[in-house]
Design a protein around this ligand. Structure first.
Ligand code: ADP
Ligand code: MG
Length: 406
């Protein structure tokens, strides 16, 4: 094979790249955050070349990527330039320049999942309209344009009322709850006002939140991972338990809804389907992510094929891997940190040190048994510590302090 010298200063052209891996396809990922980094880790094992596009010079994926192009995934010229260097374009974040993806697709660029999927998902309201049209069960919802509209929604759906921004939401940033009519205007203000584009959802009286990672290959084969339970604190994913401790019927029902939701979208890759389980056994769809997801991190240690390997297999056109669990169970605690210099930075690092001091790195059965007992289960499990950095404020501290229980 020819030697090719590649540096991070000059972007390689795809004709220069020698192939040693499972696929000669060069995967371009829009976004180089934590999920992009974990995609690069999986790609490294498969010797698949992943290029990332991210504006941050030292983004989490940068050092592990085959090539990091520094630039915005929300800028048309940059995305077009990036696409020239890749064989298939995928995403690790849905807030990308989808109009450019659509244009590129028309010119023959291979996007997986399809731009149409990103378009539907990046606007939560559009997403709800789409799934409603496909007869997927979900909480009632309506767009609100002014305070009068919000009040009408409150009368119609009752309180508490969930108000959401349509776009650019993550980790609960983009949701506000109004407990009564008087709280409507402050909740709307907290989301940045009606100009941001808001809608409301009827409160879902859930007893548990569940999630299913669904993978679709380029040949349209679909495989579902085991249903997990996600426990949120202040709208943020705090604990993931796999498999979910629910009856076989509920697991089947949740898997069917997730399968149907993903079947209504186009393109290859993994999709995370977030669901509500209500007291009377209904499954309602919350939202879908068109990419790997924090409810699937446990798959790295606990499943035959991790969600990241699966995503790569899917987008490059390899056969999908077995999604079932190879450990009896797994628990993931989502450890949130803050940026260097913030108080939470130190705390998160202390916490990480504690987690890593647990023998076996992925778990300490004794301590874990007591946690699981507390939560009313007797299954054996492995702990999967994961680290996320949230830039921010003191408001993240309670979540971390609570996670420090482990
Ligand atoms: P994000 O994009 O931040 O994940 P979600 O829309 O998934 O936002 O909401 C985050 C969390 O807020 C959910 O996991 C759930 O705990 C809660 N939540 C969202 N929608 C509703 C609803 N309609 N009723 C009750 N709780 C909700
Ligand atoms: Mg969510």
């Amino acid at each position: 094979s020819q030697a090719s010298r590649v540096t991070h200063e000059t972007s390689p052209s795809k004709d220069d790249v020698p192939v040693h891996g499972l696929s000669e396809v060069i995967v371009g990922v829009l976004g180089g955050g934590q999920l992009g980094r974990m995609l690069c880790q999986a790609a490294s094992q498969m010797a698949i070349k992943v290029m990332v596009l991210d504006p941050l010079e030292n983004c989490p994926a940068s050092a592990l990527s085959y090539h990091h192009m520094v630039g915005s995934f929300d800028d048309s010229a940059t995305v077009r330039e990036f696409a020239k260097r890749c064989d298939v374009l995928t995403v690790e974040i849905e807030h990308v320049d989808v109009a450019t993806m659509e244009m590129l697709e028309q010119q023959g660029v291979d996007c997986q999942p399809k731009a149409s999927t990103i378009r539907i998902i990046q606007d939560k309201y559009l997403q709800k309209v789409h799934f409603c049209r496909h007869a997927i069960p979900l909480p009632e919802f309506m767009q609100i344009d002014d305070l009068e509209g919000a009040k009408r929604a409150g009368e119609l759906f009752g309180y508490p009322l969930m108000i959401k921004s349509k776009r650019l939401a993550y980790d609960g940033r983009g949701n506000a709850v109004a407990h009564n009519e008087e709280e409507l205007s402050s909740a709307v203000a907290a989301l940045g006002g009606f100009d941001r584009g808001l809608y409301v959802e009827k409160w879902a009286p859930f007893v548990k939140e569940l999630a299913v990672i669904v993978a679709r290959g380029r040949d349209n084969s679909i495989l579902c991972y085991p249903v997990v339970e996600t426990i949120h604190k202040e709208n943020i994913c705090h604990i993931v338990r796999a498999p979910a401790n629910v009856s076989w019927d509920i697991r089947k029902h949740a898997t069917d809804v997730a399968y149907k939701a993903v079947s209504s979208l186009e393109g290859a890759g993994v999709f995370a389907v977030e669901l509500f389980l209500t007291g009377d056994g209904q499954i309602l769809l919350n939202e879908v992510a068109p990419r790997p997801h924090n409810s699937g991190h446990h798959t790295i240690e606990s499943c035959y094929t991790s969600q990241f390997e699966q995503h790569l297999r899917a987008v490059v056109g390899l056969p999908l891997g077995e999604p079932s669990m190879k450990t009896p169970a797994a628990v993931m605690y989502n450890i949130l940190g803050e940026d260097e210099g913030e108080p939470g930075f130190i705390l998160a690092h202390q916490l990480i040190r504690r987690v890593l001091s647990i023998p076996g790195a992925t778990g300490e059965p004794e301590r874990l048994k007591s946690i699981l007992k507390e939560e009313g289960s007797d299954c054996k499990a492995a702990v999967t510590p994961r680290v996320g950095i949230i830039m921010g404020s003191d408001s993240d501290l309670p979540v971390m302090k609570d996670a420090a229980r482990i």
